[in-house]
Design a protein around this ligand. Sequence first.
Ligand SMILES: [Zn+2]
Length: 384
Amino acid sequence: MSAYRERVHRTGAARSTVLRTVGRRERRSHLTAPRVPTVGIDIGGTKVMAGVVDPDGHILEQLRTETPDKSKSPKVVEDTIVELVLDLSERHDVHAVGIGAAGWVDADRSRVLFAPHLSWRDEPLRDRLAERLLVPVMVDNDANTAAWAEWRFGAGRGEDHLVMITLGTGIGGAILEDGQVKRGRWGVAGEFGHMQVVPGGHRCACGNRGCWEQYSSGNALVREARELAAAESPVAYGIIDRVGGQIGDITGPLITELARGGDAMCVELFQDIGHWLGVGIANLAAALDPSCFVVGGGVSAADDLLITPARDAFRRTLTGRGYRPEARIVRAQLGPEAGMVGAADLARLVARRFRRTNRRRVERFERGPFQTLLTPRGRAEDER
Ligand SMILES: [Zn+2]
């Protein structure tokens, strides 16, 4: 058993130290953060991804497991996270842990207020995990961590004003300005998916009608394709054949594949959701005026089939068009790992550089003959 794992199992000892450290270190900038590898964890609706990421955004090792079912207690999700971190710590130094969660995280980034796919309700996740893992922990919304990764290492590098839009089953969003994630007063800024774009439109799971994500997301794509297939429209013959008449088997990746192969209906569906994407982006430009929009998430795999109609609609809808510079609309570069990489990099802002030497000191101390190395100065470093 490694010294770290043993300390985690003994738990409690360094608790107050860890919590104080987290509070203070959050104000550090990425420029002054220690160049140490950290662990990033992305908790999505179906899977949990954990990885050790170096300061240049390279993934050193990656693990994944299924997300515990919604019916399970919050403790089960916590146990899953702890186990993944302990597993990675067998082979890597753990200096800090960053969590990107699909849910609302409060402005202090300590509590998950609500997560649609998990049993978390006002869950004090950061402190619970810091207590158990004995390293600084950072919690953030997964769209924020993905945006951070794209800004640091991906499509948004060098942009001072960036808005990220992730098209998955719904729409996630994040705002970055001058190297900072803008979270709003209560931590829930960037919920662009629930801006109303069609009064009285499609019903949304949030309880309202006509939300943007009902017109431009993976769900919208699949809903429209299934509707056409169910109506036995001649334009849908291709996709009906492909799924052998099982309309329930129509998925986003299948529509993307067929569109790439030139299926007219699937290309049109991407033109439709691309159009709505551009309209929504023009609205965001009117409010936020960023220099760059990064489009990520599973649906963005369609690339130009989606981005080209989005750019066209954006240009046609942008307020003040012709008299203002236009923001770039680009596809995200980091793929499904973006949330994990960003969580790890944000965790470096709370990481403790001395961890490696400190741990060596602990190991030597436990072996016996080097007890003098645990000097008062060493302790002071630990407290800092
Ligand atoms: Zn909604």
